[in-house]
Ligand binder design. Structure first.
Ligand code: ZN
Length: 437
């Protein structure tokens, strides 16, 4: 089956549930930018997509960065003066500052408090904090639990290791008819957090799984990486391959109920920018389009001046803009199967558009082509669609002058891309168009 036929027959409810099930499986794992949790996650994804799991040793120099030590954790807790576990990693992996160095000490509440983090404005939530590039340790807890801590000596244990090891990332390259590539990436390093970032992981996985089984024009490269450092590592090791990337998207925050947001590529006026905006406009969903900024997710590295790749980012709520961001409130109450399914559908529509965007030349460019005598008025769709399909064919014939792609024609005519594409297919069959390569 080919994505050149618009897929009407996907059971979106089922896809939403599949993604949600995968999230449930991945949720308990304590992920980080390195370590067992990250590898375990990739092993689970490998059951769905033929991922290659790459390993880059600690200490490897990558542009202005160095691959960090590998972090692993088995357990962590804080016991109060009565020997009661008042903070317990086994209940939530958010309780430990991600990348905490090992600790085994007794200390006063006053000293312990210097390593405790809460969100007083949301007293029920556990914050998510990291200490990747600074050796430190800490615990995160709800502000209400913090207020219950009594004076006295506490036992503090973090059974972790921070040692030379590897940074891993998952890569799946799906060969298409053309060596030109579409890059689809997601960060995959957050622990028990649903929207940021399990939603990105599951939508990317299902998209990869879907395309793996299909004949495609483009080749597709999927990357599941530790945020920030992962894309720097990939770019550094694959500098000779980036020329093949013609379009790209970073996938993140795609499971909440927020409206869609498209963050443009650094250039801002590329085919990927035009394609996503076209899909959003015709989706009849509220959305916004924002300019590139050197912040957010891995688009900051793909869009660094030394690469300037055609990579945008399609999210629902943007980075940090949803309630519960980087806290225990980013959970299964926030993310729902239907929102994941809607996001998956939009990504699929972008893929469909990229796969089918072509340029044609009108072979009868002098005067209006007489569609009626070729029986084309009747062929261009059912009665209700007839007018719009006929309009689409007139637009295609008029703008197929070598300068305009089908996407340009859809934009100019404000007719849905697939209607424009169907009209072009019929005109092509009747020898009225020639594809320009
Ligand atoms: Zn994050």
């Amino acid at each position: 089956m080919s994505v050149t036929e618009l897929e009407q027959n996907i059971d979106m409810d089922r896809v939403g549930e599949q993604m949600y099930d995968l999230m449930r499986e991945l949720y308990p794992i304590c992920r980080s930018i390195t370590g067992e949790g990250f590898r375990q996650t990739q092993d689970i994804l490998k059951q769905h997509v033929p991922l290659q799991i790459r390993a880059v040793p600690t200490g490897t120099e990558v542009f202005d960065w160095t691959v960090p030590k590998e972090w692993n954790i088995r357990d962590a807790y804080v016991k109060d003066p009565d020997g009661e576990k008042v903070i317990d990693f086994q209940k939530s992996n958010l309780h430990v500052v991600n990348y905490s160095v090992p600790v085994n000490q007794k200390m006063s509440l006053e000293d312990l408090a210097k390593h405790l983090f809460t969100l007083p404005e949301h007293p029920e939530w556990i914050p998510y904090r990291t200490s990747y590039y600074e050796e430190d340790w800490g615990f995160c807890l709800s502000h209400n639990d913090y207020l219950r801590l009594k004076e006295g000596m506490y036992e503090v244990v973090i059974d972790s290791t921070l040692e030379d090891g590897h940074l891993n990332y998952g890569e799946y390259f799906k060969r298409g008819r053309s060596p030109d590539e579409v890059l689809v990436t997601t960060h995959a390093c957050h622990p028990s957090l649903c929207n940021d970032n399990l939603s990105g992981i599951v939508v990317t996985t299902l998209l990869a799984k879907y395309l793996a089984e299909r004949d495609t024009r483009y080749s597709y490269r999927f990357l599941f990486m530790p945020g920030g450092i992962g894309s720097i590592v990939w770019l550094c090791l694959n500098e000779d391959k980036v020329f093949a990337i013609k379009h790209g998207l970073t996938v993140a925050c795609v499971g909440d109920s927020g409206n869609f947001t498209y963050k443009k590529s650094r250039d801002g006026a590329l085919e990927i920018d035009q394609a996503v905006q076209n899909v959003l406009r015709h989706s009849e969903r509220e959305h916004k389009v924002i300019d590139f900024s050197p912040y957010g997710y891995d688009e900051r590295n793909f869009g660094s001046p030394g690469f300037n790749l055609p990579v945008g980012s399609l999210t629902r709520s943007t980075h940090s803009q949803f309630g519960g961001y980087h806290s225990s409130a980013d959970n299964f109450d926030l993310v729902k199967p239907q929102y994941l399914a809607e996001s998956f559908g939009l990504y699929l529509a972008v893929v469909y558009l990229l796969e089918n965007n072509r340029r044609y030349l009108n072979l009868k460019p002098k005067g209006e082509v007489q569609l009626g005598k070729r029986g084309l008025y009747g062929m261009l769709g059912g009665l209700q669609e007839r007018t719009i399909s006929e309009m689409a064919s007139l637009w295609v014939l008029n703008l197929s002058d070598g300068d305009h792609s089908l996407l340009d024609i859809s934009d100019k005519s404000d007719i849905r891309f697939e209607i424009v594409k169907n009209a072009a297919d019929i005109l092509l069959e009747h020898g009225l168009l020639k594809e320009i390569t």
